[in-house]
Write a protein that binds this ligand. Structure first.
Ligand code: HCA
Ligand code: CU
Length: 379
């Protein structure tokens, strides 16, 4: 399956609002909607208008912004919710109902036949209202595949635009997701969406496996925020797709990612993690002497992602005991200091010796370089 034709359903304003620290104001919601629209995501998914009066008003307001992205809202698979969703003026409605035995028993208490019965009331109503319709099975990974396929085939015959697979508790492995999605691909005409939680660290890999299996749409949130530890992150999916085929993400305004990540991090009162995809502070920092030397010769030696494509720069870290003389020489050149190779080698020895006894800063190294260069500059 070609994995590089995919659409992003950006759910920071729905799944992301379920993150413990998220309290988005109306103003912040439209600001983020505009930023994500400028970035180029194809869809924005918003919290159900049934959640609260503010949620309903905000949903209607974002639907009226006139963005390029299609605006979706997310509701339980219930006719009353579907009516309210349509009234907000959104382009599409994502309905969801649990199919695992856990959710059927402890959440809504319905059988598979009853689920199909409810869907056959909600889906035709939504289609007649002229909105895009997505039907998803919550907790797909703990549902029997037989049940899942029965439900998906039934809703496909009702004419849904997309069916959704949801790894609600983050237990799927890439191989399982690939198997499930590729079997589903052979059974339905509709597009396939994947929504994956990250409880066991597979959210990005699972999204990719879903695309390999024939999925067309991936749910993301900024920094991956959501229930518990969240879902596939927007930046993580972009990084994954970029290394697969950089052309597949050229449609997005990649340099905006940093502002988007930083803005949301600030609003939800967390730091952008140091190891975050693309925008983490060490994402383009090279340290070991061997790496630094090669990167200075040709960055592709140790970089799968070009920082320039994201409006970012690489940094070669030299103030430490693993440094090498090529990196020190490059720093001296950056500072405009004239030092010969023998001096650079001597300085490198000194930096390594000092760094073996104490933590060093770049300032300290710069000072040593300048000190060594001064007498020569004076002659
Ligand atoms: C939820 C559950 C959900 C829905 C996903 C979907 C999940 O919080 O409502 O609609 O595909 O993880 O199952 O986010
Ligand atoms: Cu979810």
């Amino acid at each position: 399956m070609p994995v590089d034709r995919f659409s992003i359903i950006e759910s920071t304003l729905r799944e992301g609002e379920q993150f413990v620290n998220a309290f988005f104001t109306t103003e912040q919601k439209s600001q983020l909607a505009r930023m994500l629209d400028d970035f180029g995501v194809e869809y924005l998914e918003l919290t159900s208008p049934m959640a609260s009066p503010r949620s309903r008003d905000d949903c209607a307001a974002i639907a009226r912004l006139g963005l390029k992205a299609r605006i979706l809202t997310h509701t339980r698979c219930h006719i009353d919710d579907a009516r309210v969703a349509v009234e907000t003026g959104v382009d599409g409605v994502d309905v969801v109902i649990g199919t695992s035995s856990q959710l059927r028993r402890f959440s809504h208490g319905r059988t598979i036949d009853q689920i199909i019965g409810i869907a056959s009331e909600v889906i035709p109503f939504l289609r007649e209202s002229g909105v895009e319709v997505r039907f998803s099975t919550e907790d797909s990974l703990r549902s029997s595949w037989e049940d899942l396929f029965r439900v998906y085939e039934a809703v496909d015959a009702m004419g849904v635009d997309r069916v959704g697979v949801a790894d609600t508790v983050g237990i799927g492995s890439p191989r399982q997701i690939y198997d499930l999605v590729s079997q589903l691909r052979a059974r339905v005409k509709a597009d396939i969406e994947f929504h994956g939680h990250n409880d066991s660290g597979c959210a990005i890999a699972n999204a990719f496996a879903a695309l390999e299996g024939g999925a067309t749409h991936i749910d993301t949130s900024v920094l991956g925020i959501g229930e518990r530890n969240g879902i596939t992150s927007l930046g993580g999916l972009i990084a994954r797709m970029y290394v697969t085929n950089p052309e597949s993400v050229r449609k997005y305004n990649l340099p905006l990612l940093r502002t988007i990540d930083q803005t949301v991090a600030e609003w939800v009162d967390v730091d952008v993690p140091f190891n975050n995809y693309i925008t983490g502070f060490s994402a383009f920092t090279h340290k070991a002497g061997i790496h630094a030397k090669a990167v200075l010769n040709d960055p592709t030696t140790y970089e799968a992602l070009r920082p320039e494509d994201f409006g970012l720069t690489r940094y070669v870290h030299i103030a430490h005991r693993l440094t090498g003389w090529n990196a020190v020489k490059s720093r001296a050149e950056q500072l405009g200091l004239s030092l010969d190779d023998a001096q650079v080698r001597e300085l490198t020895r000194k930096i390594k010796a000092l760094a073996d006894c104490q933590a060093m800063t770049l300032d300290h190294v710069d000072h040593l370089l300048r000190e060594a260069a001064v007498p020569q500059a004076a002659t």
